[in-house]
Design a binder for this molecule. Sequence first.
Ligand SMILES: [Zn+2]
Length: 411
Amino acid sequence: MTTSTHPRSQKKPVIGAATATDSHGGVGEPTLDLSTVSRELGRVEAADPGPTLICLGGLHGNEPAGVLAIDRVLEQIYRRPEGLAGRFVGIAGNRRALAADCRFLAHDLNRAWKPSSVERLAALPGPLGDEDEELVELNASLSRIVDEAPGRIYLLDLHTISGPGPAFAILDDTLQNREVALDFPVPLVLGLEEELGGTLASYMTAQGATVVGFEAGLHDDPGSVDRAAAAIWIALDSCGVFEHESRSEVVAARELLRRQADGLARIVEVRYRHSVDEGESFQMDPGFSSFDPVGAGQEVGTGRNGRVRAPRSGLLLMPLYQEQGNDGFFLASEVRPIWLPVSTAVRRLGVERFLHWLPGVERHPSRRQTFVVDRRYARWSARQLFHLLGFRQEGKAGPRLTMRRRRDQLR
Ligand SMILES: [Zn+2]
């Protein structure tokens, strides 16, 4: 296929020698100035229509690794654009927080994407507060890319964490998200969106995009830039933005991530979130890493009311070792890989038509694809069954759960 690049060289941020080095040879000091970074970091596109991959970095301002990785991969593609069959666009998330080197200024930009508030903020006259302004601008950029896109839309949302541990991928469990996420040779984390709410990933999934989140490692580890860049190469390959005869970068990217994921669970589901309220102190005990097994009752930190214990056994995820943030830690359980093909099959069968026949389950009075589950009567493992069928929990009132079907694209 004949391809052409469209690097927008006038707008392209200045890229220094360190970010233009081979992505797997380690990094030097990044030379991209994060205080003046453009919303659109750059793009490459083929003449022919094809899928669009949007890579987003720095949705949290103290997580620049994604931005640096996007910059690096763009530069590598500018230099050798052959084999391109779609579009790749790099976007910066919370620019104001990136400039200030903090997670956020007023509130967390990755908890603000409830459809009603996105609409409300878009209609307000400016200027708005810091993250509100960021949300409106970012939403406008994403909408423009989506509107212009001739084919399928993919989003890779790049993050880093404050505690040690391997890289992993996060997804809202729709079949289309799963298809791409399974191509990443790292542990996959399901169910996080139910605990968080208002994430950009959930918002874009609901808009019909295929979305994978990627946690590349520690915030300030240069290796996190390498892993984020590896995730971008894999996404480019997996989404079909590069035609198949794999580029050496893609092969090296898979190898890099596979090595660091050796011996870890392939799929886990989040079962518990330790919430830290605004103004509350929480001190995680030192020495924990993501995917460390913990026992029920094990002491893991100190909170407002004294020592904090794990309420159940499981694998610890994302222990909080920074000032900002409302998630102390998560606990997850391993999901046996066999459940994935089983759940794909039952979703295709449309089993949810019969769910209201089950004890304790009724259709939501006004919302489509939504059920109310009363756990006093639904004795079986209701939440897990609904997850299997592609539902996510949207609300909880006492024993009653509201479970809503995600948008699977069944082919
Ligand atoms: Zn983040």
